[in-house]
Design a protein around this ligand. Structure first.
Ligand SMILES: C[S@@+](CC[C@H](N)C(=O)[O-])C[C@H]1O[C@@H](n2cnc3c(N)ncnc32)[C@H](O)[C@@H]1O
Length: 270
């Protein structure tokens, strides 16, 4: 069949379902394993390829995000394996890593608390050569993070821990993107998030802040002199989290994301 007519029909179905048209090229490239340049050269499509694309379309129409369909998420220069046990790493989180890279060097000891897919820990290790530890309470998430570390040839020490419970060392940097959605707001999230990211990766308790409270009161005893804590926060949380850290002896600043939203809180021990 003619490739362009098939692609046009596919695009119509995508638009009709309220999905952004820009996803079509990504879906075609991912499903057919084509580079964008190869996609542009295509003139014919095989029945086998159409069957595959129909399956993808069905999943996408049910709300499954592209990353979870293909089990691949792009973060910095790397491709991470993702499945239903981990949150898909978000573009905002790249800013958190960028901020960490301003401080992390070859001999820095870094802890990525709540590591999920391992995107933060692995990217930091690869970009800075720092000594990186990564922890999560979820055994399934840690399995994914370990798989990613192996795939990307990154040496990380993994720890299964409920926040700081099993963490005994001291670090120069503690970085975290913890769950930060208010429990009562979870049911109002988009299907793509609430049905495909694990609840444990989203639920930040009644006010969305339980993990920040934990970090603010425990981070100091796990940091070396001049140690830093870098946290991603949800909309409207930055000033509250900054205050929590300040009350625990940190000097802080806030960084905005690409949408001008206060997104990262950085604290340094006074
Ligand atoms: C928002 S996700 C962040 C994942 C990853 N760091 C990222 O930025 O893409 C939060 C992670 O916190 C983990 N988590 C939830 N409760 C935890 C706890 N009590 N202790 C440690 N990790 C926890 C979840 O399993 C999940 O992987």
């Amino acid at each position: 069949m003619d490739f362009l007519s098939y692609k046009r029909n596919f695009e119509q179905a995508i638009i009709k379902n309220g999905i952004d048209k820009s996803e079509v090229n990504i879906i075609f490239c991912e499903a057919l394993n084509l580079s964008y340049a190869d996609l542009l050269k295509r003139t014919e499509i095989e029945p086998k390829e159409m069957r595959l694309l129909e399956k993808v379309l069905k999943k996408r129409m049910k709300g499954c995000p592209i990353q979870k369909i293909f089990k691949r998420a792009y973060f910095f220069d790397y491709v991470f394996y993702v499945n239903k046990s981990v949150l898909c790493p978000r573009p905002e989180t790249e800013l958190l890593v960028e901020e960490c890279l301003k401080f992390a060097g070859k001999d820095s000891k870094v802890l990525d608390l709540c590591t999920g897919s391992g995107a933060i820990a692995i990217t930091l290790q690869k970009k800075s050569n720092a000594i990186v530890f990564a922890s999560d309470v979820s055994k399934k998430a840690l399995r994914v993070a370990k798989k990613n570390a192996k795939m990307l040839n990154s040496k990380i020490s993994f720890i299964k821990s409920d926040m700081f419970e099993n963490i005994s060392k001291k670090f120069d940097i503690i970085v975290s993107n913890p769950p930060y959605i208010k429990t009562s707001d979870i049911e109002n999230l988009d299907t793509e998030v609430k049905d495909y990211d694990p609840i444990i990766s989203l639920d930040g308790g009644d006010d969305g802040l339980i993990f920040y409270r934990n970090i603010a009161s425990n981070a100091k005893q796990h940091l070396s002199a001049k140690g830093k804590v870098l946290l991603e926060v949800g909309i409207g949380q930055a000033n509250i989290v900054k205050k929590m850290l300040e009350e625990n002896g940190f000097v802080c600043y806030i960084k905005k994301d690409y949408n001008n939203i206060d997104r990262i809180v950085v604290g340094e021990i006074l």
